[in-house]
Design a protein around this ligand. Structure first.
Ligand code: KG4
Ligand code: ZN
Length: 362
């Protein structure tokens, strides 16, 4: 089964072809991602109108490239999947409408994929991770701890009450005059800094639920920076190191609570799975490894190009849904907001159930 996947919910225009083999294993035939980072950099964040326009301008080309690289044409594919939300609505409309047109003209089934579901299922494409597992999704737009129990069977155990973790990294970078996206810059500066120099809060620490809150941390950082302005290079490095340490401590504490809730409700997870751009952060990865070890499971962290937004994850989620007969009609609507626990599915035997996931290297 070969599925075309289209991703346009944020600032990446992406298309991919993924094959789901008879034994349920996945194979990426092509995965083309065009980042719009340079178009948004001057604004220190994603500008929705610019994003939508950029998707319109390049999506056709990106899809053609994905088809060519995979050496397939439309008659070879079994379904067309597009991220139908959640995300910036202009971009979502571009991707979903394009998918509908391709599906209609070529008489192929359409699969409207929830973008978060695609992140959630990526570990099955890369590592064949069996259900149920605990997902930690941390990107510029989302911070969630999710019990992934089956295709279309997701229970949110925790989320952020305000900023997403990636957003907090981006805002910190902006405040300190570092570039966009901020996460990689803050991480680089943090390596040269003293994480103990500034005392920053650890919001939500010790609570029983697995929710996050990051806006207070960002404000505390701004106040510390204002106190010592103008900032030297070392000040910036120390602020970044102190901020990153606070985030790492918060992730450890909040995920520990999430894993506790998982165990109580669903038993041992087969893995702790990382997804989203923030999973690129080495300090955060380290803490995820430690946590997985602590609860007697393994960390599955897909390669970073599959943790960040891409078309392969949409195609794969489409293939998993198509295999269960979960397709959509051409009047399916794009959604700016679409919580994961509103996604529906079907119960079916999991082909990966007998597999034991292998640990990701640090
Ligand atoms: O998943 P992603 O590519 O896009 C979405 O937001 O959906 O994630 C991008 C986010 C940005 O906020 C970026 O600053 C953050 O992930 N990020 C990082 C790192 N690399 C990317 N955050 C912390 N450390 C990193 N090394
Ligand atoms: Zn994403």
């Amino acid at each position: 089964m070969v599925v075309l996947g289209i991703e346009t919910t944020c600032d990446e225009t992406a298309a991919a072809l993924v094959e789901r083999q008879g034994d349920g294993r996945g194979k990426i035939l092509s995965n083309v991602v065009l980042s719009q980072v340079s178009e948004h950099a001057a604004f220190g964040g994603v500008v929705p109108e610019i994003a939508a326009r950029a998707h319109v301008e390049s999506l056709d080309r990106i899809i053609t490239k994905a088809m060519t690289q995979a050496g397939r044409n439309y008659s070879d594919i079994d379904g067309v999947a597009a991220a139908a939300g959640p995300g910036l609505i202009g971009g979502v409309i571009v991707g979903l409408t394009t998918a509908k047109a391709i599906a209609l003209v070529n008489e192929k089934p359409l699969i409207a994929v929830n973008h978060l579901e695609a992140h959630a299922l990526t570990a099955r494409l890369t590592d064949g991770t069996p259900f149920p597992y605990c997902l930690f999704l941390a990107s510029g737009g989302h911070t969630q701890v999710v019990a992934v129990r089956g295709v279309g069977d997701y229970v949110r155990l925790g989320t952020t009450l305000d900023d997403a973790i990636g957003e907090a990294f981006d805002k910190t970078a902006k405040l300190l005059g570092l570039g966009y996206p901020g996460g990689p810059q803050v991480e680089k500066e943090a390596e040269k800094g003293d994480p103990a120099r500034f005392t920053l809060p650890r919001p939500m620490f010790g609570r029983n639920d697995a929710d996050f809150s990051l806006s207070g941390l960002k404000t505390a950082l701004r106040l510390e920076a204002e106190k010592i302005a103008p900032l030297s290079d070392q000040d910036v490095a120390d602020l970044c190191a102190s901020f990153q340490q606070a985030v790492v401590d918060v992730v450890l504490d909040r995920l520990r609570a999430g894993l506790r809730a998982f165990r109580t409700r669903y038993g041992s997870p087969t893995a702790l799975v990382a997804a989203g751009g923030v999973a690129a952060n080495q300090a955060i990865r380290k803490v995820l490894h430690r946590l997985a070890f602590e609860v007697g499971t393994v960390l599955v962290a897909p390669p970073i190009e599959l943790c960040t937004d891409n078309g392969a994850m949409i195609a794969w989620a489409g293939a998993e849904r198509l295999a269960l007969g979960l397709t959509d009609t051409l009047d399916v609507a794009p959604r700016a907001r679409w919580p994961l626990d509103e996604v529906t599915g079907a119960r079916a035997p999991d082909p990966y159930r007998s597999l034991k996931p292998s640990a990701s290297p640090l």
